[in-house]
Design a protein around this ligand. Structure first.
Ligand SMILES: [Fe+2]
Length: 355
């Protein structure tokens, strides 16, 4: 064997030895996917080193699904060992184990568990952090989600009488172009300005194409799980309102395909609220924001002219109940705070959110 071949062989052996094992945590049994879904809880923004009584409150109510909407841990690192350690810390909490045992978990990420505050497509460890995320949430090895770029996903669950609810989990990080920072430009607030460019993307081309086909799947209710808010009033923080063209594009898809019974759930805000966006040529888009599991902002009067009902400043979770027997199907969405109080609630008839 010549020297060159020996070198190539050595590199191959080194690489195969160094190939990272999957990140596996043995923290007990997790619930399987349910055969029927009528109760769905959701939440976001949880510091892994803090106690998380909100998770125990959810576990005690035994919902069919729990949806993690991002900032599920505060990774904020390019070191994957640090990220794994933070997920491991979450996984060993009794309240997390109880939740995972009682409710089937679906998840998407936001900036902090992706890896960096307000990060988009240029975060250098996005592929490695995706593997950690999917390994932690026990995504099967053969899953399609592992084959494509990003972590977006969609699932359809049965209700009663062949009716179905679709959950669409968006990835608002992997493909997102840079935001426009507010350098004191007119019409801007806080950190970011609305980006008017048709070339800037939030979801990216592949995810948009996938989303368009998902919106044509057979379902009676569709819940869009977006880490960042969609329907609220622009406030200069990270949300769909910093990419208004992308908001319009989403609405355009609903109009083109006459997609009914869509509403959003979101996190990220460190507050809980429900927003209602009136849409010309379509139905109102509701967005139930629950944040956070440990994060909160007390005494901060966040402006939102599209808010309906109360602003929840304490730790909270979101709760959805689907009444499959009602005609039309009825969805009740609420925000429950750390004291167990229902601080905000909406009841949606699916004909109110249809063309
Ligand atoms: Fe966030």
């Amino acid at each position: 064997m010549n020297k060159e071949c020996l070198y190539v062989l050595l590199v191959m052996v080194l690489f195969s030895n160094c190939k990272k094992e999957n990140f596996v945590i043995d923290n007990g049994e997790w619930a399987d996917a349910p055969n029927r879904v009528s109760t769905i809880a959701f939440g976001s923004c949880a510091e892994e080193y803090e106690q998380q009584p909100i998770l125990q409150m959810v576990a005690d109510r035994n919902p069919d699904l729990f949806i993690y909407l991002g900032d599920n841990v505060y990774g904020d690192t390019e070191d994957m060992q640090v990220l794994e350690n933070k997920y491991a810390e979450l996984s060993q909490k009794e309240e997390f184990k109880n939740l995972a045992l009682n409710s089937y978990i679906l998840s998407t990420w936001d900036d902090h568990d992706y890896g960096e505050n307000d990060a988009g497509k240029y975060y250098p460890q996005k592929e490695a952090s995706k593997e950690v995320f999917l390994d932690f949430f026990r995504e099967p090895k053969s899953s399609e989600r592992r084959m494509r770029e990003g972590i977006y996903d969609a699932r359809i669950f049965n209700g009663d009488d062949n009716k179905k609810v679709q959950i669409i989990l968006l990835d608002t990080r992997t493909f997102r172009d840079d935001l426009i920072r507010n350098d004191g430009m007119s019409g801007c607030k806080n950190i970011y300005c609305p980006n008017p460019s048709p070339d800037s993307t939030l979801l990216g081309e592949a995810q948009w194409t996938w989303l368009e086909s998902q919106l044509q799947e057979d379902a009676d209710i569709r819940i869009i799980a977006s880490s960042i808010q969609f329907s609220h009033q622009y406030n200069g923080r990270e949300s769909w309102t910093t990419m208004p063209r992308e908001q319009e594009k989403f609405i355009g898809l609903l109009q083109t395909h006459q997609v009914n019974a869509v509403f959003f759930i979101s996190g990220d805000l460190h507050l809980g609220e429900i927003s209602k966006m009136e849409v010309d040529g379509a139905y109102p888009l509701y967005d139930i924001t629950s944040s956070g599991i440990t994060k909160n902002r007390i005494g901060y009067d966040e402006q939102n002219s599209r808010r309906i009902g109360n602003l929840e400043e304490a730790n909270n979770y979101g709760w959805i109940e689907i009444d499959w027997d009602a005609n039309p199907i009825q969805v009740t969405g609420s925000i429950i705070n750390i004291n167990g109080d229902v601080s905000n609630m909406i009841v949606l008839d699916t004909d109110e959110i249809s063309f």
